[in-house]
Design a protein around this ligand. Structure first.
Ligand SMILES: *Cc1c(COP(=O)(O)O)cnc(C)c1O
Length: 357
């Protein structure tokens, strides 16, 4: 069975050698040496702002909303994974959707100002598929209206925009290290923030502890464990190579699908991308369903990332988001991972060509 992705597993011996260090100390969590070493290595590898490793990529979103004191309405994108919206609702705020750009698939910055009300406290947008939002325009809007900016950068491991880490934009960025993501710790994630927010975010992710007996304020438990960090330390040395092979696979798709009746992801200029996903946008849902069925018949399972559009979630007062609705019905992510066999790649390509050429 071929899935949209396959988790990269480092050689087990290398993972075990790192785990041994946790065994020697008898220390499994509470920011042990492995979590701290992973943070240091990630910060230097990514060249990013302050980082706090966490237990997944969703809690950093919730902690960011809570720690920035956001209330009322948060402007967000309907085209993302459900965690972007659910975090807003979970923290007692109201998501206000702004439709997406039809080619970049990120929130349409030209429509944000019209959605701002006296209740708006922030913009929470997703760099979907690792494609950066219009961060400069969004920051200017936020500054003008006194709003905070959070980026769900779950897909953005090692993405650079205008020469620096994409995690450096906005007040807070979050990343996921889930096993299906480019870089992973099994389950895991991180929060990146400007230096002035670091303490607040840190306390919030560890029960508000300020030492053993004092509490700085309210907190929750979002700490990454040593077992998770060990996986990260074992995977990290392979990431550059993983990206290189993904780049090659993406180039093969690009060349083969160029003449087909479909659109490929348009990357924002000045982006150094990470090849995290390979979305294709068919010209009808019918074509997508036909391709999906034909691939499933030969045991290949692409995924409808992201469907349905988040404004249609059952706990949301539905609003019309024509572009996100249309894109989400027509977008399919093709299998993309380093060990993807060439024969399989050829099968995927010929199947799509047979339906869309
Ligand atoms: C994967 C993902 C998340 C959630 O990350 P977890 O580590 O699974 O909690 C959040 N947002 C987006 C856009 C994602 O793709």
């Amino acid at each position: 069975m071929i899935n949209v992705t396959k988790t990269f597993l480092p050689p087990q011996k290398e993972y075990q050698a790192i785990l041994e260090r946790a065994w020697e100390r008898g220390w499994m969590t509470n920011r042990g040496v492995l979590v701290q070493e992973l943070e240091m290595k990630l910060k230097s590898f990514l060249d990013s702002f302050h980082i706090i490793n966490m237990t997944n990529g969703t809690l950093p979103l919730q902690i960011a909303i809570k720690a920035l004191g956001l209330t009322g309405e948060i402007i967000t994108t309907p085209f993302s994974y459900v965690a972007t919206t659910s975090s807003i609702v979970w923290e007692g705020c109201v998501p206000v959707y702004v439709d997406i750009h039809p080619e970049y698939l990120t929130i349409d910055e030209s429509k944000i100002e019209a959605a701002i009300t006296s209740k708006t406290s922030a913009i929470l947008a997703t760099h979907v598929f690792g494609n950066p939002c219009a961060v400069d325009v969004i920051q200017a809007i936020a500054d003008k209206h006194g709003l905070k900016v959070i980026y769900d950068a779950a897909h953005c491991f090692n993405v650079k925009y205008k020469g620096q880490s994409i995690f450096n934009y906005g007040d807070v960025s979050t990343c996921s290290f889930h096993a299906t993501k480019l870089f992973h710790t099994g389950e895991g994630g991180a929060l990146f923030c400007k230096p002035e927010y670091y303490d607040r975010m840190f306390y919030h992710h560890n029960f508000g502890h300020q030492g053993q007996e004092a509490f700085q304020g309210l907190g929750i438990n979002a700490k990454m464990s040593e077992l998770q960090a060990a996986m990260g330390l074992a995977v990290l040395p392979y990431v550059s190579n993983i990206m290189e092979i993904r780049h090659k696979v993406a180039s093969i798709y690009n060349a083969a699908l160029k003449g087909c009746d479909l659109d490929l992801l348009k990357l924002r200029p000045e982006t150094a991308w990470n090849y995290s996903y390979y979305p294709v946008i068919f010209n009808s849902e019918h074509a997508l369903l036909e391709v999906k069925k034909a691939l499933e018949a030969i045991n290949i399972y692409p995924r409808r990332y992201f469907y349905p559009s988040l404004n249609l979630l059952p706990y949301i007062n539905s609003v019309s988001m024509p572009i996100a609705n249309s894109i989400s019905k027509r977008v399919l992510c093709l299998p993309l991972y380093p060990e993807l066999d060439e024969a399989i790649l050829t099968k995927i390509i010929t199947t799509i060509q047979s339906i869309t050429l």
